[in-house]
Design a protein around this ligand. Sequence first.
Ligand code: 3H9
Length: 707
Amino acid sequence: MGDLVQFTKSGNVGVITINNPPVNALSPGVPEGISDAIDQLQKDDGLKAAVLIGGGSTFIAGADIKELEKMAAGKPRGAGLLPLLLKIEDCRKPVVAAIHGTALGGGMETAMACHYRVAVRSAKVGQPEVKLGIIPGAAGTQRLPRLAGVAKAVEMCSEGNPVAAEGALRLGLIDKLINGDLLAGAIAFAQELAAKPIPKTRERHDKLGTPEQNAPVFAAARENARKKQRGLLAPLAAIDAVEAATKMPFGEGCQVEQTLFVECLTSPQAKALMHVFFAEREVAKIPDIPKDTPLIPVKTAGVVGAGTMGGGISMVLANAGIPVLVKEADQAALDRGTSNIQKNYANSVKRGRFTQQFVDERLKLIQPTLSLDGFADVDLVIEAVFEGMALKKEVFAQLDKVCKPGAILASNTSTLDIDEIASATHRPQFVVGTHFFSPANVMRLLEIVRGKATSKEVIATSMQLAKKLGKVGVLVGNCRGFVGNRMFHPYVRESVFLLEEGASVQEVDSVLYDFGMAMGPLAVGDLAGLDVGWRIRKEYRHLEKRGIRQPFAGDRLCEMGRFGQKTGRGWYKYDENRRAIPDPEVTALVRKWAAEAKIPQRQITREEILDRCLYALVNEGARILEEGYALRPGDIDIIYINGYGFPAHRGGPMWYADTVGLKNVYHRILEFHKQHGELWEPAPLLKQLAAQGKTFADYSMEKRATA
Ligand code: 3H9
């Protein structure tokens, strides 16, 4: 049976324990071990039933995604899990799945092939495969509708979200909740089964509905998937597979599922999403910061600035249960900030995200103030004042005087030099950048900026805090714009250049939207406020090299007071519901300005729009990587997916470049270099990898090997 699965006895109940830490994935050896255990159970006349349970903190969290990655890359596939699950289901003695932690994917499929399922209250069950670009591949789409009904099965398989144990009990996915010790409860439950039937999920039909009942469920699910999971193949495939369960016998349904599973598994989307899964976990690993680095307890916090960012950050802290003082300079600004926080929470209640009780408790944790007095006791301060170096330094000098020794002093700057900010204090080792993305209470990304003196403890604490706040923390180096905004700058630059050369606002935005970006770059500018970039460009104009083309149309709009959504006009016009309407005036103005600047006008293809915008990201990303401001290409991908609306099913900009082929990307950049000059100078790392026929992923692997 190997080390991964143990078979023991407790009276007349066999106990099959899976021990494959950390999540008991169904890695090679686990299915074989379970199969051997079922053989032993059948053979042993002293045993009446069995419990299948996970050792450690969880039941089975699914197939081993590393193995799936290998299959996706062409490794021949074995028999899969299906035969084992039939063997469990056909066992002549009842098998009870005892669930704690999570039963996900193949784990859920295994549990559904057992005859009964019991769980602790904190357990969760689900079919999250679509999040990896695949669908359940071991009859999950066939057994789930038989247990939970068609509508719930369609939802769970196409959206991928787990269900908590109590909900699963109501659905019939779980037969009993166990209070107290799970194994003891499951054994007691198994002992009661001797006189009971041994139900086979695959033989149940009572919840499969009629064609008339099911047709609207499938139609609505497809419409929903097309809208909310735009461009993704797996959700639609999952719906097709569940539909097959309602239309054909179990065995045939499984064949349909298999065909769709393999189609999804071998698609570029699955490869990209599996990359994202592992990259998201790898960002937490920082080579020079060991896992056991001591953490600074963060029990209380202060936020300086109650504007959009400060207010959002205060909510994020309060949502994680951390009491927070929010400081503003004057009463009017403080009142505005407090009222915005209240409005945001009220909206969350309206949308069903939070209960009123949760919000009331959070609001009690947020304490507005006009002075820094209370800041003497807090463990962490996040500064979120206006983006200007002089002001930030003034705030940090005050914090240095007021805050207790050992408090973390963080800046929410999005572009400024964290070392210069730290120089205003006598404790630069406690200064760190925590760059939240707007709206801070919604966006998952948190760039954690490492200054040259930032201590390992402060970095480790910031990374852990990100997790506690429900964010993905990514460590970045201290360069202008850090990683995300440094790359965003050339991306937006190209989008405006394209306008100035003859493309329309809608053309540029629609190409990137159709690629899968949450919004086109120009619509993003309008949302964020065109004045933000304009102010930064003015501050840094002295650093621009003379004679190099700079985009100007956005700045001209700002000069006219068109700042985007907040002024009702930017690249688009906005109606009272903030819906974007194309504005012919902008087209005419850009044409006029381009003529004055003698920029030749031409027809621009969709392909050029896409390549110019995306390769601008990739080229800058390659520089950042080579200069060491991002640890890995995967870190850049995670930043772009979680902070900039890059489609996860494309894997992030660096992964996307790998899929296009770095040689192709490099040659296209060379063309742009020839046409548009210095701004398109290929990054040396890109040039090198293209010449070697390598990918960013190869580069990352080699770096890891030599670290
Ligand atoms: C599937 O089952 C297909 C089926 O239909 C069958 C077809 C035949 N495999 O997230 P964490 C690693 S598809 C391999 O930080 P948490 C993870 O990389 C699968 N490795 O912990 C990390 O490694 P490291 C369907 C896995 O407590 C470590 O475990 N199932 C797997 O925050 C800890 O992970 C899923 O999609 C795996 N399946 O969250 C579930 N899972 O320490 C995917 C985790 O080296 N997993 N690892 O960085 C999860 O959602 C979360 O990991 C879980 C725990 C909720 C379980």
